[in-house]
Design a protein around this ligand. Structure first.
Ligand code: NI
Length: 257
């Protein structure tokens, strides 16, 4: 549906460029066609189809939560019909299960970010497995689902982490750029940095425990939408990557393709 619509729009755009007059005539529908087109638009809106190989998609990701401002963030995301991905820390899932439940109910994606945030590259296998498993269990208890993505603490990963992610059936999701919210803790700086690094199918690192990130989110979302971005989950932006469990994306520096 969306692909067809996009093709038509693409054709229409070409028509406008090549032959303005007929295109304008075509663009003015007869009443019957107008009704049909409104119905089609309504269907499209209900399904919210987004093809990230054709439109500018961006995945905002929030780590270490659910933080104490998660409720306010969820309200904002709902208001602007934006989806996000939350890389949750098990200990906070246990402390604030109501937010996890809301995240799932409102169409956001969940990822596993360990239970207590140790550096996985300095942990033994048993510790890593325990951290991942305890968080999977906590999320399942809170919201009835299990995360399908892993983001190791600090984004630090190695072959051992990769092997264990494979055991859990999860790809490792890092980020294409950071908002630097945890270091600036300044609304304007967070917005400026995020807008500077936003790109098609980008994955942006943010934190829902940073108050200024949550406070600045309405204005940031409005600006991103004005720039043509569709705010979607990580799974949407990585669709074309065809990642296998244990694969890391984007590849950490120094890793071979
Ligand atoms: Ni973290």
């Amino acid at each position: 549906m969306s692909r067809q619509l996009s093709s038509l729009l693409a054709i229409a755009a070409v028509c406008v460029t090549l032959a303005p007059a007929p295109a304008i005539a075509e663009a003015t529908p007869a009443p019957a066609q107008g009704a049909k087109s409104t119905a089609a638009k309504k269907t499209a809106k209900a399904k919210k189809p987004v093809n990230c190989s054709q439109v500018k998609c961006l995945a905002l990701t929030f780590d270490d939560g659910p933080g104490k401002y998660a409720g306010k963030l969820l309200d904002t995301l709902k208001k602007y019909d934006a989806k996000a991905t939350f890389f949750l820390e098990g200990q906070y899932v246990k402390a604030r299960p109501q937010f996890v439940k809301r995240m799932v109910a409102e169409g956001h994606e969940l990822g596993n970010h360990s239970y207590s945030h140790p550096d996985f590259t300095k942990s033994d296998g048993a510790k890593i497995r325990d951290e991942i498993k305890k968080t999977q269990d906590a999320v399942k208890k809170a919201a009835g689902v299990e995360p399908k993505l892993l983001r190791p603490p600090y984004g630090l990963t190695d072959l051992q982490v990769s092997d264990i992610a494979t055991e859990f059936g999860m790809p490792i999701i890092l980020w294409t750029a950071g908002s630097k919210d945890w270091s600036s803790k300044n609304v304007k700086a967070i917005q400026k940095q995020t807008l500077a690094v936003a790109e098609q199918n980008g994955i942006i690192l943010m934190h829902d425990w940073v108050k200024q990130t949550v406070d600045g989110m309405p204005a940031l979302i409005k600006t991103l939408k004005n720039k043509g971005y569709h705010l979607v989950t990580v799974s949407e932006v990585i669709k074309d990557q065809k990642l296998e469990p244990g694969d890391a994306f984007p590849l950490p520096e120094g890793w071979e393709q």
